[in-house]
Write a protein that binds this ligand. Structure first.
Ligand code: AHM
Ligand code: MG
Length: 339
């Protein structure tokens, strides 16, 4: 059987772009190599070298850094940083961007990543992942400016994620459809397994950390109550599925339809997830698969971040459900401010 590898696929896609120089294909190859190394390490976790557990460090988000977080961050940063395809790398784990100096032949792309998403699931053999996003440098000259690092969501050139789960999957879009590849561990090669993924316009699943109910704003509580009400005509109540790894919850939502939410709440006015490393790349993917992502007030892809580690509320999934959610969120409460 003739199977398409990820490398072949990226090259075929590049041929459709008449101005292509091969730099993007090289970058994608490097991302793939880094993800295979991380996948191998994740699969070995628990045996041999001690890769599970905490490093004892606290990252820029104020979260404890796991050894696998650090390993994934270093692997991607090193491989992509040496690839001569990028001029800057930003990471959820790094306070400041890595800027490639002129004497190391920087490329024209900017690479952003959450190197290991789902940190709380690392030690318990539940799916974790990497999320990435690629932008083009906007400003002329060698210097990487804020304008290059803080671009509007819809300026992404490509976005993707890798899930290290029951199998390792690589899903990406460069604006020509969302395509999924599964790693054949015996060959160490990603093969096309999910061509041209389209998200169903409806679904019957909602995904949210319901342990936060007490700190949710009123409109959020109303939305969840609506999803749990019984009404055969609108297929309610919905089923709850929450893994606690965004990549995995998103992947299920992409394939089966439904909605994933991480709302603002009384303690966190912008929610938890980061625009550049989580919300924007997944919004770019869901959009190309026929779905939508919003903060509740604005399309994620229309947002221009003001800082690298900016957080945003996220509602992402099937169009009809996101439209319905937006109606519930249309009149936001003051969310406990007046209490
Ligand atoms: P991380 O990137 O440090 O792993 O944090 C993001 C994760 C997401 O994967 C997941 O959707 C969310 O945090 C879970 O948060 P909570 O434990 O508050 O439900
Ligand atoms: Mg994350």
């Amino acid at each position: 059987m003739q199977r398409t590898t990820l490398v072949q696929h990226v090259r075929q896609q590049e041929k459709m772009n008449p101005g292509a120089t091969g730099e993007f294909t090289s970058l994608m190859n490097e991302i793939m190599v880094a993800s295979k190394i991380v996948s191998l390490e994740v699969n070995k976790a628990g045996i041999g070298e001690d890769i599970l557990g905490l490093t004892g460090k606290i990252n820029v988000q104020g979260e404890e850094v796991q050894k696998l977080d650090e390993f994934a961050d270093m692997t991607f940063t090193k491989i992509i940083g040496q690839s001569e395809t990028v001029c800057a790398i930003t990471s959820e784990e790094l306070e400041y961007p890595v800027i490639i100096p002129p004497d190391r032949n920087p490329g024209k792309y900017i690479f952003m990543m959450d190197p290991l998403d789902g940190s709380s699931n690392i030690d318990v053999n539940v799916g974790i992942g990497t999320i990435f996003s690629v932008y083009k440098k906007k400003t002329p000259g060698d210097k990487v400016e804020d304008e290059d690092l803080l671009q509007k969501g819809d300026q992404q050139v490509a976005a993707g994620y890798v899930i290290y789960g029951s199998s390792t999957m690589f899903v990406y879009t460069s604006g020509r459809g969302v395509h999924g590849f599964t790693l054949d561990p015996s060959l160490g090669e990603f093969f096309l397994s999910h061509p041209d993924i389209k998200i169903p316009s409806q679904g019957s699943t909602y995904s949210i950390n319901e342990g936060n109910t007490e700190i949710w704003c009123e409109e959020q509580k109303n939305l969840i109550n609506y999803l749990k009400d019984k009404d055969e005509a609108t297929n309610r109540p919905y089923r709850l599925r929450y893994i606690g790894t965004l990549v995995s919850d998103f992947h299920r939502t992409l394939l089966k339809g439904g909605i994933f939410m991480y709302p603002r709440d009384k303690n966190n006015p912008n929610g938890k997830l980061r625009f550049a490393f989580e919300a924007a790349p997944l919004a770019f993917i869901v959009n190309d698969a026929g779905g939508r992502a919003t903060t509740g007030e604005q399309n994620i892809l229309d947002m221009v971040p003001t800082e690298i580690h900016q957080r945003v509320p996220l509602y992402i999934g099937s169009t009809e459900i996101i439209d319905m959610a937006e109606k519930h969120l249309a009149t936001p409460s003051d969310c406990g401010k007046s209490a």
